[in-house]
Design a protein around this ligand. Structure first.
Ligand code: GLU
Length: 414
């Protein structure tokens, strides 16, 4: 809980500072600091044992001044109002950074999907969509996957919304399977987006990706794809960690084998006798560190141990404000989360465009368009940070909030 509150507070503080840098007053901050609309719904679900359980769900629509709101839905026991609100603001920042015609949205249901059957998950997904259906839609608020939600859940939600509206509403939700209007490249988009920002960062730091040493915290969807893409580009993945243990090999781990083992066993670190405690990942000698797990991992306690020259935040909020200050002072280049993880929503935007056009692009085209967006976003933020003597995170917030604040002012909202 406190961790979430810290995240909310630091997001609001940086947003306030960014708005002031842009010349907006406190009135604009009052408008931006909370979502314009926040829904709380209760969803009754018939469980497999015949009982009915009622779940609480939320949907936050941060600001729609520049277009429909957009963002994922998470299924997790720790989902709470404040976090969903803050995450919707983060989505506004991500969409602003990559210049997508969307504001931020976010949803969540308090539940433990690992304890539920597929049928229960289907009923919960459909019930949630029914509960929010009047307030969402292809032109107003477009959901997507997030923590513990996936293409199957998106399919049920799309089907439910389509039934309610009596038409095939593919553009209502993104992250769908390919056979149901999904986009090529969507499942790897977050990882590829992060890698593209890493490539740009290495150019600025005069590091050759080929032969560079990378440590990755988290070997889930984002972490394992990032490892694979960087490995294929010739980088040496010297360490990875999971919830309990880490693997370290200064000469580079066999990433292809790890990915294979992950597919077979779910987790990999426990399969090796020479695994080390997960905390040691941060001490490993490397050029690039990728936190791709949880929030608040890099703190003032361990920031000094970090040897990397580039930190790419593929997770949400992995670095505390104190750690950001310590590392920035030491000249470490931090690629902030709202930039490094913006690839997912960018390809979600492409999916929505393709659904609206009814015309589908090959993967190479999707990846090329993603690259254009990420390269431009990285370099705009990097130059802003240099020119205006800001850290990368503040610069990312400045770029991320600018268009929504301007559009809100033009509309007369603040
Ligand atoms: N949940 C992802 C995010 O936080 C993707 C959102 C989307 O695709 O709309 O960026």
């Amino acid at each position: 809980m406190t961790e979430h509150n810290d995240l909310v507070t630091s997001t609001q503080e940086i947003t306030k500072e960014a708005l002031h840098k842009l010349g907006f007053d406190d009135g604009m901050y009052e408008l931006i600091k909370e979502p314009l609309r926040f829904l709380e719904v209760r969803v009754p679900v018939r469980m497999d044992d015949g009982t009915v359980k009622t779940f609480t769900g939320y949907r936050a629509q941060h600001n729609h001044a520049v277009g429909p709101t957009k963002g994922g839905i998470r299924f997790h026991p720790d989902v709470n109002k404040e976090e969903v609100k803050a995450l919707s603001m983060w989505m506004t920042l991500k969409c602003g950074i990559t210049n997508l015609p969307f504001g931020g949205g976010k949803g969540g249901i308090i539940c433990d999907p690992r304890q539920m059957s597929n049928q229960e998950l289907e009923r919960l997904s459909r019930g949630y969509v029914k509960a929010i259906s009047q307030f969402v839609g292809p032109e107003s608020d477009i959901p997507a996957p997030d923590v513990y939600t996936n293409p199957q859940i998106m399919s049920w939600m799309m089907d439910e919304y389509s039934k309610i509206n009596r038409s095939n509403a593919f553009a209502f939700i993104t992250g769908k399977p390919l056979s149901l209007g999904g986009s090529q490249g969507r499942n790897r988009a977050t990882a590829l987006g992060a890698v593209i920002t890493i490539e740009e960062a290495t150019k600025r730091k005069n590091i050759d990706i080929k032969g560079s040493r990378v440590a990755i915290q988290g070997f889930g969807n984002a972490g394992s794809f990032i490892a694979k893409i960087l490995h294929d580009m010739g980088a040496k993945i010297v360490a990875i960690s999971e919830s309990f243990r880490a693997l370290h090999n200064p000469n580079g781990l066999d990433v292809d084998r790890l990915v294979e083992l992950k597919e077979q066993h779910g987790r990999v670190t426990q399969l090796f006798d020479d695994s080390i405690p997960k905390e040691q990942l941060f001490e490993v000698d490397c050029d690039i560190l990728v936190p791709a797990a949880l929030s608040n991992q890099i703190t003032e306690d361990n920031a000094h141990q970090i040897k990397a020259k580039i930190i790419a935040e593929a997770a949400n909020g992995p670095t505390t404000p104190e750690a950001t200050r310590i590392l920035t002072e030491r000249g470490v280049l931090i690629i902030p989360d709202v930039l490094a993880s913006a690839g997912g929503v960018t390809v979600s935007y492409f999916e929505w465009v393709q659904n609206n056009q009814g015309y589908y692009w090959p993967e190479a085209e999707v990846n090329m368009k993603l690259r254009e967006k990420m390269v431009e976003a990285f370099n705009t933020i990097y130059d802003l940070a240099e020119d205006r003597k800001m850290d990368m995170r503040l610069a990312a917030y400045v770029l991320g909030i600018k268009r929504t604040a301007e559009a809100s002012r033009f509309r007369g909202w603040a």
